[in-house]
Design a binder for this molecule. Structure first.
Ligand SMILES: Nc1ncnc2c1ncn2[C@@H]1O[C@H](COP(=O)(O)OP(=O)(O)OP(=O)(O)O)[C@@H](O)[C@H]1O
Length: 221
């Protein structure tokens, strides 16, 4: 459904990816593991159309997406993809339900309808009672649940999550990531998650190891 074919990526003299190939199936969750600087984020950014590969190609549902004009690429990200690139990047002035409804509002859905759908999702993540609070008025874990809801509300085909729990202690980090994996699965979306945490990676359907910009062994999660 989403596929990187022989993707290479260089930043000047630095090589981030070398012939990296990865295919993600419909509804599948894939954890990307590997040492610091190995190319995990680069791979995620290429798959998501945020970075253009220097060589190779990226395909989504049979269509090549790495060479789309910027406008079409942004449109694809807005409609088909959801992002949890960093927890805590909620809009501070907006309530939790307003934050979650943003992807729908940007997609042209009326505010009232968007908020109803957002509230529904907050409910499945057990924080509907906090919907009218602002991010500063809830805990870190509750902000993270809100970020998960926001990534899922427009029913994206793929959710991308890059080290979403870096700022948390390992126990909370693990809880949040498992919650993310479950929530994505319930929605039928695919998930590509970058994590250092082996236990979290084990909750994914598949683990992909990146080393020196190359994809190594893949195992079942
Ligand atoms: N904007 C950039 N400019 C120059 N080099 C970069 C840039 N981004 C990444 N790199 C290089 O590409 C390589 C892969 O980086 P990447 O961020 O993909 O690794 P990572 O596995 O996600 O690392 P970490 O776990 O530390 O976040 C590294 O050697 C890094 O120095």
């Amino acid at each position: 459904m989403l596929e990187a074919r022989e993707v290479g990526l260089s930043f000047g003299q630095d090589t981030a990816l070398v012939g990296a190939s990865l295919a993600v199936r419909e509804g599948e969750s894939v954890a990307i593991k590997g040492p610091s600087g190995s190319g995990k984020s680069s791979l995620l950014h290429c798959l998501a159309g945020i970075l253009r590969p220097s060589s190779g190609s990226v395909w989504f549902r049979g269509r090549r997406i790495d060479d789309l004009p910027d406008e079409e690429s942004s449109e694809l990200r807005r409609t088909a993809f959801g992002f949890v690139l960093q927890f805590g990047d909620l809009v501070p002035e907006l309530t939790l339900v307003e934050n979650v409804s943003l992807p729908l509002v940007f997609g042209g859905i009326r505010r009232r309808e968007a908020e109803a759908q957002a509230l529904n999702l907050l409910d499945t993540l057990s924080i509907a009672d906090l919907a009218r609070r602002r991010p500063a008025e809830v805990s870190g874990g509750q902000m993270q649940r809100t970020a998960i809801a926001r990534a899922l509300v427009h029913k994206p085909a793929v959710v991308f999550a890059d080290e979403p729990t870096g700022a948390l202690d390992s126990e909370s980090a693990e809880r949040v990531l498992v919650l993310l994996i479950d929530a994505v699965k319930r929605h039928g979306s695919s998930l590509v998650v970058v994590t250092h945490d082996s236990e979290v990676a084990a909750s994914a359907d598949r683990i992909v190891e990146v080393r020196d910009g190359m994809i190594g062994s893949a195992t079942d999660g």
